[in-house]
Design a protein around this ligand. Structure first.
Ligand code: ATP
Ligand code: MG
Length: 345
């Protein structure tokens, strides 16, 4: 069903509607079936990604962040996956400014027209997403060629070098002819970013883009993503387990725990006034909190496996506030200013 456009909306030149979500994930539930067991990995997830914003997706290892990113770009494993319910509505402009495409209705080939052109993903490990036997430049060129049959070889090469430069690569023409093993970790990540940017996507999913990098390079890459949002008018989903990474670059934040969104809202609201005990625990685990004289807090225990059945609030076994009420799933509460959280207290 289409929303009625409000008067403040204006159609962008590419047909997308400005001032509304680019991506609207609605009650998405996904399960894995393995060795006769079924585990719900994404449980009733709803996420809205506005145009031209950076949205952080935060949670500990095993919360389902990569599975959510892979669901959007249509790269869930082919076997053992069950999309139980929900929609991933993408306002690409293909069907008119107010008519989304539900990406879950598309098969692998149907997704091809979006993947790498309108939606691209920067994967967790730069080395595993680059092919070691091809030069950096040829891998960018291949991505451009796949979507621009009319460009000459010279034009594709020039655009590939331009993309390397936009990804902040020093000496991009020389790097064009280098192989991944000849590049540092930071340079490889810039090549991966150049590939992601190659066809000027509307949405970039950056999955832990800085995890393998030292602090200086990590900050440069985050600064680069921040600038990409400005220059390319792309929306970015920044996936990370580290709240401090999102503090300076994200406009909005979604906090995820064991396949559920437990809190979301404008980044400033979440950082100044977190409501859910899990979000508060993540904040207290930041090294800065210890440096200010407080003892560094650690959330005890681990994220339970998706094959462990949990009744009610998924965080209750690790939560110091847990009460008998937590055996019921907490409702979503509205804290105002676009800030929502799930907790009984
Ligand atoms: N193909 C699969 N089959 C079965 N379980 C899977 C599969 N892929 C992921 N999982 C499980 O789904 C859960 C979420 O995995 P996911 O990779 O999305 O976590 P994540 O939040 O990205 O963690 P990390 O921060 O370590 O990257 C984990 O419990 C993982 O073991
Ligand atoms: Mg992951």
């Amino acid at each position: 069903m289409l929303d009625k456009p409000s008067e403040s909306f204006s159609a962008r030149p590419d047909g997308c509607a400005a001032g509304r979500a680019l991506l609207d994930i609605n009650s998405l539930t996904v399960a894995f079936n393995k060795n006769g067991r079924r585990g719900v990995v994404l449980d009733d997830i709803s996420v809205k990604i506005p145009h031209g914003k950076i949205v952080g997706l935060v949670g500990e290892s095993g919360c389902g962040k990569t599975v959510l990113g892979s669901s959007i770009i249509g790269l869930l494993p082919e076997r053992g996956v069950e999309v139980v319910s929900g929609e991933i509505n993408f306002y690409s402009g293909e069907n008119g400014p107010y008519a989304p495409e539900n990406l879950l209705n598309l098969n692998y080939h149907g997704m091809k027209k979006y993947r790498g052109s309108k939606i691209s993903m920067i994967f967790q490990e730069p080395m595993s997403s680059l092919n070691p036997v091809y030069t950096a430049g040829s891998q960018i060129a291949e991505t451009i060629k796949n979507k621009n049959y009319n460009l000459s070889k010279a034009e594709i090469t020039a655009r590939s070098i331009e993309m390397l430069a936009k990804a902040g690569m020093p000496d991009p023409a020389r790097v064009y002819d280098m192989y991944p093993h000849q590049l540092s970790g930071g340079m490889r990540q810039r090549v991966v970013i150049a590939i992601a940017l190659a066809n000027n996507p509307d949405l970039i999913i950056a999955d832990e883009p800085t995890t393998a990098l030292d602090i200086t390079v990590s900050e440069q890459i985050l600064f680069l993503l921040y600038n990409i949002r400005e220059k390319f008018d792309s929306s970015i989903i920044l996936i990370t387990h580290d709240l401090s990474v999102v503090a300076n670059v994200c406009d909005e934040v979604y906090v995820m725990y064991r396949g559920t969104i437990v809190e979301n809202g404008p980044a400033r609201e979440i950082f100044t006034s977190p409501k859910n005990p899990y979000t508060i625990g993540l904040m207290e685990s930041l090294p800065e909190a210890g440096a200010r004289g407080k003892s560094l807090h650690v959330i005890g225990g681990n994220v339970p496996s998706i094959f462990t059945e949990i009744k009610g609030c998924k965080f209750k076994d690790r939560c110091h506030k847990a009460r008998p009420e937590c055996l019921e799933m907490p409702p979503v509460k509205n804290a105002g200013n676009g800030h929502y959280y799930r907790c009984h207290f």
